[in-house]
Design a protein around this ligand. Sequence first.
Ligand code: IMP
Length: 430
Amino acid sequence: MPGAVIVGTQWGDEGKGRFTDYLAKEASLCVRYQGGHNAGHTLVVDGEVFKLQLVPSGVLYPWVVPVIGNGVVVDPAVLLAELDMLESKGIDSRRIRVSGNAHLIMPYHHELDRLTERYLGKNKLGTTKRGIGPTYADKAMRVGLRIQDLLDPKIFREKLDLALREKNGMLTKVYNRLPMDAGEIAEQYLGYVDRLAPLIDDTVHLVHEALDVGQWVLFESAQATYLDLDHGTYPFVTSSNPVAGGVGAGAGVGPRAIERITGIVKAYVTRVGSGPFPTELFEGDEVGDLLVERGREFGTNTGRKRRAGWLDLVMLKHATRLNTCTELAITKLDVLSPLPELKVCVAYEDDSGARYDHVPYHQSVLHKVRPIYETLPGWQVDVERAERIEDLPAAAREYVRFIEQYTGVHVSFVSVGPARDQTVVLPRAA
Ligand code: IMP
């Protein structure tokens, strides 16, 4: 049963969309299994830029069925706007399937996301304010509304009334805001039904129908390993499970369905929002500024400037374990080209001089550790036109080899520019 997973190994924005797009051409289904429109995937095809938030990257291949799995949280207005955008670029969006079990992001989720962040003050998480956390919280509390509820206006209204009873109490009594009107929300959401209904499906069944006949199903994570609710730098994480194991619950398959797990690694590290980041290069650092500028490290949707730092192999190795990666794909190698030397973090140390070769489980330790770097030579020539591994300068090959050796996981791909064809494929040694 050939299932493949694409997962980010850092804090997101590794360039997963581009590799999903690259690998999707072999797949029959491309399935998102968690997250919502907090994600942003930028794809460049024939010079045209596509910015996707909810729809899996495989949508750009007409033979791929893009699936929004049950583990995703969906704001229907955002989904419909994305479908309009795709249609306006000549892409047929009627193939997209949306799980009836996916949860709906409601207007009060947006509002509560904004309010809780504001109330956290300097301790804020730096969420995308898209209502993601409150929607997953309601799912766990069993008071969420699901896509399938839209198909039954009476049920939808009953569930909404019930949910609003508590939410309006929170909004008015805790946060001193105006209550929300159930009638207005119902009218807005039920207004989406005509367009959404033909897309709603039993996506678990679709996935298994494809797996049963030996077709490739590509599962696409949003966010990444260190934003995982269980394995990331909690509480500075998202509210779902981007790790490869999340596919099980978020798409409805068991571990045996997965054969290939591609971990996406940016050649350096970025993070948006708050939380620990051992190799961070702070505002004003020349290298940090170069990474942000050359890497265009600003949020696809939010426009937020990302924090940037050197590659952290301690975290990467742990990520390859958390996801059981069968291969790695390195992105944005070209961004490093001007640098005369490159640092890679190979261990941490704390104030007492204790050394850590793995990610310390205790957050307070992780907050305070200092990176121990190894310095590798830079290449200082353009790599954008490299097509094969031999086209890369020796220092770039050494950088890739170092990553491979440290993690013990084969590097299959290296991207040297944003376009589809700027991907160097590295064959496995026989
Ligand atoms: P939320 O997912 O909006 O609740 O945000 C929680 C944390 O995850 C914040 O630090 C966000 O910046 C981060 N985050 C959420 N989605 C992405 C993403 O697609 N890329 C990078 N960071 C993200």
